[in-house]
Design a protein around this ligand. Sequence first.
Ligand code: GLU
Length: 261
Amino acid sequence: MAKNRRWVIKAGSKMVCDGGPLLMRAWMLQVAQLKKKYNIDVIWVTSGAIAWAVARTNFKATKRTLPQKQALSAIGQPLVMDQYVLALQSANLLGSQVLLTAGDMKDPVRRKNLQNTLSELVKMKVIPILNENDAVATEEIKFGDNDSLAAKVAVMMKAERVVLMTDVEGLFDSDPNKNPDATLVRYRPKVGKAEFALADRKSISKVGTGGMYSKLLAAETAGKNKIITHLVKGDIPNNLLHIAQGTSIGTQFGGRDALAK
Ligand code: GLU
């Protein structure tokens, strides 16, 4: 079956919280342009509920228990959505909230229901804003910051691309924090051992639970389903439009190398 011109775009916790309303507005203006100029439908995956709640509640504990994180997610989710609603409005778009779990995508009946809902929202030109339902599931809080959720949704919805927006420029050939000569890996046809060797399994973001390793796992899942993955820094102006134009930005796994003649 032909792939839809459908992208799954995921915004990481740090991007959402540090970027706040201004960055969200810039993203949604791009989402509107992706549809208008390229006929690309976007399914948006957001993290940041827990991080937003931590900021708002002055929650001090550094070692949070899983139930505490779940409670924080329930506090933060409507706060993050408030910001998205305003950002969507400023781009003349309407959004919707879908909270889901990996289990929802495994169970055949729930999976079909989810597919129907998302397809219908896209048909209605409403942007689905997804997050893991952390109050009932803990898979992504333990490890992943929604990276794997984004890849699974992309597979389920037969997307063309997954864009993982994070606070680093992409995958580097060595740790850029330790090696000033580290260079950005711009393109790899797929994720394999060599790429995993470049990601530190323990490199977990202090704000969300994702790191390079969980992004590579997500890119691997997507790649097995012939879906292209981009790792890009979330606050680079017009990052999503650059990808649509075929400009080389961040790290791309799969598809055509933008710089190849
Ligand atoms: N779904 C979580 C959130 O929105 C993911 C964050 C994390 O992994 O810590 O906060």
